[in-house]
Design a protein around this ligand. Structure first.
Ligand SMILES: Nc1ncnc2c1ncn2[C@@H]1O[C@H](COP(=O)(O)OP(=O)(O)OP(=O)(O)O)[C@@H](O)[C@H]1O
Length: 323
């Protein structure tokens, strides 16, 4: 997909400047619902940013404001330096928006649908660009097919092709793999990675923690209209990813023996499991010492397993703790 990279060259700003800068954003809908609260967020050029949040958290509202489809109540959004309200056309032309579903175009051909989308942005026809986009999404052979004849995966790729038709630098993907099977999900992930490699900045919303864990360079969590966390994915996993060792005991215990109180131990499953929590990133886990002390206390176990807390645990904790 390298031939799409020209679409991603920064122009208005230097390469180090965030491609999207959101400051002090507020949105209160006409009915009085306060959907976005003091949102500050910068998106870096060329990254994949995953926006995670439960239903009703404000993901779609945030994307809609950035795309200029919904007016903010306060604050501002700059897209490649352009204000999303005052310089709407300039800002919007830099963004491709991939919705979840195709609408009402079942009998059109792939080529016409994608070319038409470009026209909506007032761009002159550019068959060479449309050809590049279709080839990069392996839709070239299907260019004369009507959409109704395509598989689910191809239809999703047509949505991306439409969004790329006007050569945007930024691509928003709204729940790109909602309701698709595992194979198609992996295919979509590969397409998104290739797009990022071609220089397009990707922002995706998802309910699937696994998707964020697999794809994102950075992860943002929105809850109740507030951004409650923005972190490098790797740092997030390191910082918050504690580990647990579960020991399945041969004989149940009534209580954790006094000689083991120095460890962070919990007794579970009616006393037949001891759970030891430790920091997976630390040098010494303390496991060797614990096993020695268990032996000294005459506690035998029949099995053991370890578990690393996942992004899902982290996410659930965040959303629970900060309503
Ligand atoms: N046009 C509107 N008028 C009034 N309230 C709205 C409007 N659009 C959205 N809301 C409310 O704003 C809140 C955030 O909605 P939004 O669609 O942004 O959430 P979301 O995070 O995208 O949710 P989901 O994951 O379910 O799509 C919700 O409580 C919703 O009911």
């Amino acid at each position: 997909m390298n031939d799409l990279s020209q679409a991603a060259l920064p122009d208005a700003l230097g390469a180090a400047e965030p491609i999207i800068r959101i400051s002090g954003l507020e949105k209160t809908y006409a009915g009085g619902f306060h959907a976005l609260k003091a949102v500050d967020l910068s998106i870096r050029r060329g990254e994949i940013f995953a926006l995670l949040g439960p239903n009703g958290a404000g993901k779609t509202t945030l994307i809609s404001v950035v795309c200029g489809l919904v007016n903010p109540s306060a604050g501002e959004v700059r897209v490649d330096g352009f204000d999303s309200v005052r310089d709407y056309r300039q800002a919007r032309s830099r963004i491709g928006l991939v919705p979840q579903e195709l609408t009402n175009e079942a009998f059109e051909t792939v080529w016409n649908t994608v070319s038409f989308s470009r026209g909506l942005f007032g761009k002159p026809p550019n068959p060479a660009h449309i050809e590049r986009v279709l080839k990069s999404l392996t839709l070239w052979d299907k260019r004369d097919n009507r959409l109704i004849t395509l598989s689910g995966g191809m239809k999703r790729r047509v949505l991306i092709a439409k969004a790329l038709s006007h050569e945007p630098r930024i691509l928003f993907l709204d729940e790109p793999t909602a309701g698709v099977d595992v194979e198609l999900r992996r295919e979509m992930w590969e397409v998104v990675r290739q797009l990022r490699d071609s220089g397009v900045t990707i922002i995706l919303t998802t309910h699937y923690i696994e998707e964020a864990e697999e794809m994102a360079d950075r992860i943002g969590v929105i809850n109740g209209g507030r951004i409650v966390l923005v972190e490098e994915k790797a740092a997030l996993m390191r910082k918050l990813g504690s580990k647990q060792l579960t020991l399945h005991l041969q004989a149940p215990l009534d209580a954790v023996p006094a000689s083991l109180t120095g460890y962070d131990l919990q007794l579970a499953a009616d006393g037949s499991e001891l759970i030891y929590s430790y920091d997976g990133a630390e040098e010494g886990s303390g496991i060797t010492a614990l096993l020695g002390d268990l032996d000294a206390a005459g506690i035998a176990f029949k099995d053991l397993h370890t578990r690393q807390s996942s992004l899902e645990d982290i996410f659930v904790d965040l959303v629970k703790e900060r309503p």
